[in-house]
Write a protein that binds this ligand. Structure first.
Ligand code: GLU
Length: 465
């Protein structure tokens, strides 16, 4: 019976969680869960500078945000690479013992001298046959055999490498520390990993790693290298150029479900309708269907996904989700009552406070250009007087408020948009915002009329009437 599959996600802590890493993690998560297997989290922290506990916690938190929870079934870890150094070195000894690796004393000066006097560049097998044992400053190199190495990749098919293009690579540095290539293989072997699904940038490492697996007499895992993420200019996403930190999207009010759904469409598609719940995606995802071409990380499309997810949320759920973005001093109302009216316009949760902030101040800041535009027409002053007069006695619900305004505007020969623009700027200080009559209803008669009367006083002063 085949063993249950064991997948892994092996990030090196960097202080932030790259969206590409999130996509790789989700691919592994889907595969582990649909196969009844395991998702192993391994923190590759052998680089001292990367060994910060808060960075590891950042990875765990980011994974939890996208639904890969350490408490969920199928999750194992975190394991730490730094705790496995003995195992890495034991494997290195075995490779030396079996003749698959050898010690090398070539120095930088040797390389330079040979390049200068013999015209030979690079390493070139300097110590390959010198029979050296371990010693101070000597590196351990893998003895790359002749021939070709064929990597069976579930995404790319068979990828063939000419071994002549791969020099005898280092396994253990002169200071006795194992290099990434070795540590990564030994950890995978020790953790019983059956499937290595990772970023395309590791493909060049793969023939070397496969040689190590084979030299140790181990079953080579299933490889899969998923395409890189690129920006609008088709350049690989980079932290200097692009917004790549998952945490940043989280903090800007993107929903985890929207982000997860969107990430799963990068290099793969759940079908014609790309908006699908995780339960569907998890079952449908197949490595064989992953695309080879670089995937465009399109923030506009992500934002559109986010809008769709926001619109699909229930009012109570959305109100709750917006809470962290609202100023802490704001009371629950009028925000909660406004949620159904602002839902359509929210691109992210972070847009929520700006859609209703005029309600939380006594006198909203007036956008002067909007004020000038709305108050310029001749009818502005008499119309505002009329609206106030009519609203004083009207039932305070939005259909009545709208109908009342419609009744008035006919006399002025203007359309509802113009008539309401004036009231909108009077009440909100701006020319754009949530649906006006609904906002008036939520704000209440007294407050709405108070603002309209203040605007009237200003307009009277400006026009001298
Ligand atoms: N630690 C490596 C990285 O973050 C991943 C190695 C792997 O997945 O094999 O790029």
């Amino acid at each position: 019976m085949a063993a249950t599959p064991r997948f892994r996600f092996a990030p090196s802590p960097t202080g932030f969680f790259h969206v590409g890493g999130a996509r790789t993690a989700l691919f592994n998560w889907a595969l582990a869960r649909q196969s009844g297997g395991t998702f192993v989290l391994r923190i590759e922290d052998t680089d001292e500078a990367r060994n910060r506990p808060e960075w590891t916690q950042g990875i765990i938190d980011a994974l939890a945000w996208i639904g890969i929870s350490a408490d969920a079934p199928h999750f194992e870890g975190p394991h730490f690479q730094s705790g496995q150094i003995e195992a890495h070195l034991t494997a290195a000894d075995r490779l030396f013992g079996s003749g698959h690796a050898y010690y090398c004393d070539m120095t930088h000066e040797d390389v330079e001298r040979r390049a200068k006097f013999e015209g030979v560049t690079g390493y070139g097998g300097w110590s390959r046959n010198s029979g050296l044992g371990p010693g101070q400053g000597r590196v351990l190199r893998f003895r790359v055999p002749e021939g070709t190495t064929v990597v069976h990749d579930s995404v790319r098919g068979e990828v063939e490498f000419d071994n002549a293009s791969i020099e005898d690579f280092v396994l253990v540095r002169g200071n006795g520390t194992p290099v990434f290539l070795l540590a990564n293989v030994i950890d995978d072997a020790e953790m019983g990993i059956t499937h290595v699904v990772r970023a395309e940038e590791h493909l060049p490492n793969t023939p070397k790693q496969q040689m190590i697996w084979e030299a140790l007499g181990l079953d080579v895992p299933v490889w899969a290298h998923v395409p890189v993420l690129v920006n609008e200019q088709r350049k690989k996403l980079s932290k200097r150029r692009d917004k790549v930190a998952l945490e940043q999207y989280r903090d800007e009010g993107f929903l985890a479900d929207a982000m997860v759904n969107y990430l799963m469409t990068l290099g793969w598609s759940p079908g014609e309708d790309e908006i699908q719940p995780w339960s569907v995606i998890e079952e449908a995802f197949r490595l064989e269907d992953v695309n080879l071409s670089p995937a465009f990380f399109d923030i506009k499309k992500l934002t559109a996904f986010n809008g769709e997810y926001i619109r699909a949320m229930g009012t109570a759920e959305l109100t709750e989700a917006c809470r962290p973005w609202l100023p802490s001093e704001w009371g629950a109302e009028p925000f909660a009552s406004m949620v159904p009216h602002i839902r359509e316009r929210l691109k992210t949760l972070a847009d929520a406070p700006g859609a209703v902030d005029f309600m939380y101040v006594d006198d909203p800041e007036v956008d002067e250009a909007s004020w000038d535009k709305a108050t310029k027409p001749e009818y502005a002053l008499p119309m505002l007087r009329d609206v106030i007069g009519a609203y004083e006695g009207a039932d305070w619900d939005h259909p009545t408020l709208k109908a009342t305004m419609e009744g008035l505007m006919e006399g002025y020969g203007i359309k509802l948009g113009k008539a309401s623009a004036l009231t909108r700027v009077a009440v909100t200080g701006r020319s754009i915002g949530p649906p006006l009559f609904e906002a008036l209803e939520v704000m209440g008669r007294d407050e709405s009329l108070r603002r309209m009367r203040n605007a009237l006083v200003r307009l009277e002063a400006e026009t001298g009437d």
